[in-house]
Design a protein around this ligand. Structure first.
Ligand code: HH2
Length: 253
């Protein structure tokens, strides 16, 4: 799944694809590089991000989805029912839902749905994330959401541990180490680690600096995507499609 943020403020590609033409061109590059799905988002959910009104989010994503849908499966990365509905009308067939609450929209439209785990809200989620048993709590939350979606009539349900969404470095690593506990639910698992802050923090620790810039997190992104695929994730959500497709081919072989 290639990431396409049609936003001015996403943490790694913000402002690069906020004009429709640039976004569509980048989406087509990711298709040529081997992406099976392009995930179009019009609202950043990075820690501290400001919410975007539905009309503005729709304006950002709809033309891009219309242009890409004839070429590739398109998912819409949104927390809003109105935006998901408009995206589906434009050709999206997967709702990537970081709020894990839009199952009814997916059921009504007969499209797939990704339930991602998040503790809190993007504005405050990284202040003090706390769990007693992060793996058990994330698993329980996602299985409950998936069951609710299944009963509502969603056939294709994905679960995602939500790396970086209300989680410390330690929480992220624990979830990745125990990804098998999500895979053994029998649900499809998708994982997004691409360029995330915990990679910068992990690599920085060994170099004596605070953080590694987003553009220097490719190796960490590939390491974690490869790990996730080996552990049984059926999809990885990434910014760097070409190298990840190569890693995926080697893992599959
Ligand atoms: N991560 C981000 C956004 N959407 N969706 C799923 N299912 N899983 C994820 O891990 C995930 C996601 C955050 O990354 P990005 O889209 O690059 O940044 P931003 O939220 O700043 O637009």
């Amino acid at each position: 799944m290639g990431v396409l943020n049609v936003t001015p403020d996403s943490f790694s590609d913000g402002g690069r694809f906020d004009e429709p033409d640039a976004a569509i061109a980048h989406g087509l590059v990711m298709v040529a590089e081997g992406a099976d799905v392009v995930d179009v988002g019009g609202e950043s959910t990075r820690p501290g991000a400001e919410p975007v009104p539905a009309a503005e989010e729709r304006r950002r994503v709809v033309p891009v989805i219309e242009a890409l849908a004839p070429h590739v499966r398109v998912s819409v990365d949104t927390r809003k029912a109105a935006v998901a509905e408009a995206a589906i009308a434009a050709g999206a067939t997967l709702v990537n839902d970081v709020s894990a609450s839009l199952h009814e929209v997916a059921a009504a439209a007969g499209v797939g749905w990704v339930a991602m785990h998040m503790q809190g809200e993007p504005g405050t989620m990284q202040r003090q994330p706390r769990y007693t048993d992060v793996v058990a709590e994330v698993r329980e939350h996602l299985v409950a959401r998936a069951e609710r979606a299944r009963s509502a009539g969603v056939d294709e349900v994905w679960i995602d541990p939500g790396i970086g969404f209300g989680k410390t470095v330690e929480h992220n690593l624990t979830l990745l180490a125990h990804l098998g506990r999500l895979v053994d639910t029998g649900l499809l698992v998708v994982v997004g680690t691409s360029r995330k802050r915990f990679l910068g923090q992990l690599l920085a620790d060994s170099d004596g600096v605070d953080d590694v810039p987003t553009d220097d997190r490719l190796e960490g992104s590939l390491a974690t995507a490869t790990w996730a695929m080996v552990e049984g994730a059926a999809m990885v959500r990434v910014h760097d499609v070409a190298p990840t497709v190569q890693a995926a081919r080697v893992v599959a072989a």
